[in-house]
Design a protein around this ligand. Structure first.
Ligand SMILES: [Mn+2]
Length: 500
């Protein structure tokens, strides 16, 4: 008798959702990317982009070659870059490769406009590896057109706690991770555009006043816990009036002698808040008109400070905000629902381009594969099945004195059914917790903490985390609370502090 096959029956080799293309299976090699016969050092950016966009992997030697080429370029760059307009200024990218492609199409071809990326290329988003490789390859192709600054995430400390190290181990190996870390140590720390704008990832520091002082700084190292390099990549601006309104000022420890300029940054757990006074003083002393920085997610991708410098001669406002916050990772961590923005600056004009998040391939939290992910679910359903069968047995039938005859060993064995069912039930409860955790982790998007972050969190922190896991991230504020909680955990880690 033949088996009838239903018309709707799906076969395992069929692609169920046809509009989602399968990932590219081939591995890109040096000869694929460096295919220019006239100049073997010119990468084929179109080929690389198409391959990475299709989720293709890169060969070990190719990644090593790109990193070693970038090291040579970065080593020659000064601590503070001097960049001329036209320039496209970009904030945090955070591993959102498909949004990076939007940025590059909005910003224009590097032939026509310079690019300044102000750090945080990695962590959070699940395509950090693709972001760095592609940005590095563009820099190799156009070394004097695209500039990359260091953000606080371009460090061993953060990439280990967040996602970039895990991603490197999945898509490459420890050796490549270490090479990326070394290349991050070479990234410049600030830039001055058209001698007017100071561009930096985080912001100002009480440890320097003049931009020229930054030239003396040794930047070729891991970002330390204190000092100029830490502040440039970690500090945040603060509105003095906001503080007084919220009566928070008294709760913030100020820096002795600098009360009106710097306060300890209680949100990050390291570095400082810098006030409007600090910005104003810095701009005047350096003859600049504005600080442009990234580092904090913005609902609209950009926010302008309401503080304006006054021209000392005419006593009139120069009409330009003294601080601009820019953030270029839309729908940050897949939960913030914020817009991304970039600044295009040319002919003394600022044009702001805002953009929404692009679709991207789905990746399970912490790069889990679908098989591992579904094991708790399968066990839960299996135990449901077994328990349902045994529920049919009456208490008398399930008497603990019952003996079963084991025919292979030719002896009677005890089979206490009730005890075994109790154990199975307990196991099922534990597995159910894992299944529920898996489901709630999906609701946290890229804000899902990995094992390392979970291990380091305190009881109170775990409580807030599990509250958000249960209800999901519902608002920008929820996401912000979870994010700042994670930074606090990272920066309160003594083990790491000792190593730096
Ligand atoms: Mn940052």
């Amino acid at each position: 008798m033949g088996v009838k096959v239903s018309k709707n029956k799906k076969f395992t080799h069929q692609r169920i959702i046809k509009y989602v293309p399968p990932p590219i299976r081939s591995v890109l090699q040096i000869s694929d990317v460096f295919d220019n016969l006239l100049d073997p050092d010119i990468p084929n950016l179109v080929k690389l982009k198409t391959h990475l966009e299709g989720e293709g992997r890169m060969g070990h030697d190719l990644v090593i070659k790109i990193i070693s080429m970038i090291d040579k370029i970065l080593l020659k760059e000064p601590n503070v870059l001097k960049i001329e307009s036209p320039v496209t200024i970009v904030g945090d990218v955070h591993g959102q490769f498909y949004d990076l492609l939007t940025i590059l199409s909005l910003g224009g071809h590097p032939d026509q406009s310079n690019y300044l990326f102000m750090g945080d290329f990695v962590d959070r988003g699940v395509f950090s590896f693709e972001c760095v490789c592609y940005l590095y390859a563009i820099k190799v192709r156009y070394p004097h057109k695209i500039y990359l600054l260091r953000g606080n995430h371009e460090s061993r400390h953060l990439t280990k706690f967040f996602t970039f190290r895990d991603e490197c181990l999945l898509k490459a190996n420890e050796e490549i991770y270490q090479k990326f870390m070394n290349s991050f140590d070479y990234l410049p720390i600030a830039a001055v555009v058209d001698s007017k704008f100071f561009c930096v990832h985080g912001g100002l520091s009480p440890s320097f006043s003049l931009v020229s002082e930054l030239e003396k700084e040794d930047r070729f190292k891991e970002i330390p816990k204190y000092g100029v390099l830490c502040d440039l990549t970690w500090s945040d601006p603060i509105d003095n009036s906001e503080l007084i309104d919220k009566e928070e000022k008294s709760s913030l420890e100020s820096v002795s002698g600098l009360e009106n300029f710097f306060l300890h940054n209680s949100i990050r757990g390291c570095s400082f808040f810098y006030t409007k006074n600090a910005i104003e003083r810095f701009l005047k002393e350096n003859n600049l008109i504005s600080v442009i920085r990234a580092h904090q997610v913005q609902r609209e991708g950009i926010s302008l400070s309401s503080c304006f410098l006054v021209d000392p001669v005419t006593s009139q406002s120069i009409g330009f905000p003294s601080l601009i916050n820019i953030f270029s990772a839309p729908n940050y961590c897949d939960v913030y629902k914020n817009k991304g923005a970039i600044i295009k600056y040319s002919d003394d004009k600022f044009s702001i381009k805002m953009f929404n998040a692009a679709e991207h391939p789905f990746v399970l939290p912490n790069f889990q594969n679908a098989f591992t992910w579904s094991l708790p679910f399968i066990f839960e359903k299996f135990s449901d099945l077994v328990l349902a069968i045994f529920n049919q047995i009456s208490d008398e039938e399930a008497d603990d004195k019952e003996f079963f005859f084991n025919s292979t060993e030719n002896k009677r064995i005890r089979f206490p059914i009730l005890a075994k069912l109790k154990k199975l039930s307990e196991c099922r409860e534990n597995v159910k917790k894992s299944t529920n955790l898996n489901r709630s982790e999906l609701r946290l998007g890229s804000l899902t903490p990995n094992k390392m972050l979970r291990r380091k969190s305190s009881d109170a922190e775990r409580e807030l985390l599990s509250d958000l896991e249960n209800k999901g991230v519902q608002s920008f504020e929820d996401a912000d609370n979870l994010e700042s909680l994670q930074y606090k955990i990272v920066n309160s880690d003594d083990e790491i502090k000792e190593n730096i």
